[in-house]
Design a protein around this ligand. Structure first.
Ligand SMILES: [Zn+2]
Length: 215
């Protein structure tokens, strides 16, 4: 087992300030840098020491909060090459904006001082695909598909792949729903404190594309 920690993410070096003391622009750049490392297979070698655990036990200082799909292939910490305590992650199939998701992200902004919110959708999303193909979904699944339905309707008016367009529209829809359903988040964006970005992850290439940036 390697004990080399020269290139590890040392929690002891992290800022104990809200949002790790970063502006929304700096937090965005930090995530982009992590994604470039991921794309180039240069992810940081991270170790978790006793000191790290002690740091985490005292509190959390994530640089971003993220609403992503529950899909097993779309892991935010891997895609953005971040470590423990770096991203406050909320995952739900289809990255929909329900009450619990809104509450979680409000907590991240109001209590943890996060200045960057990311909505992360992805290529070939099963939840979006289900919204395209299922008319009467059983049980709670119906709620989820109804949340995606407006994005499907928008995509049906666009040229090209319906599924591809619906995924893009669903990310944009979630960004707008976050701001529509949360006074806290909308005010934070209007006040210039928080940025919200919509991102689609391409499973086939590992790349990301931006579909909405507000703030
Ligand atoms: Zn998905």
């Amino acid at each position: 087992m390697s004990t080399d920690s020269t290139d590890s993410s040392n929690a002891a070096d992290r800022s104990r300030e809200p949002g790790q003391g970063l502006t929304k622009e700096e937090a965005f750049h930090r995530l982009l840098e992590g994604h470039w490392r991921y794309l180039e297979n240069k992810r940081l070698h991270r170790t978790v020491t006793t000191e790290d655990r002690g740091f985490h036990a005292q509190g959390q200082y994530p640089l971003a909060a993220l609403l992503g799909c529950a899909d097993s292939r779309v892991s935010p910490e891997l895609i953005f090459d971040q470590g423990e305590g770096d991203i406050f992650v909320v995952r739900v199939a289809g990255n929909i904006v329900g009450e619990a998701e809104v509450a979680s992200l409000e907590y991240a902004v109001a209590n943890l001082g996060v200045k960057l919110l990311v909505v992360l959708g992805h290529e070939n999303c099963g939840a979006v695909k289900a919204a395209l193909t299922m008319n009467n979904a059983p049980g709670a699944l119906g709620f989820l598909l109804r949340e995606i339905a407006p994005a499907v309707a928008e995509a049906q008016a666009l040229p090209g792949s319906l599924l591809h367009n619906a995924v893009d529209c669903n990310v944009k829809h979630s960004v707008h729903m976050l701001l529509e359903r949360s006074d806290t988040l909308r005010k934070a964006v209007d006040d210039g404190l928080v940025r919200v970005v919509g991102v689609v992850y391409e499973l086939s290439t590992g790349d990301i594309k931006f579909h909405a940036t507000i703030g």
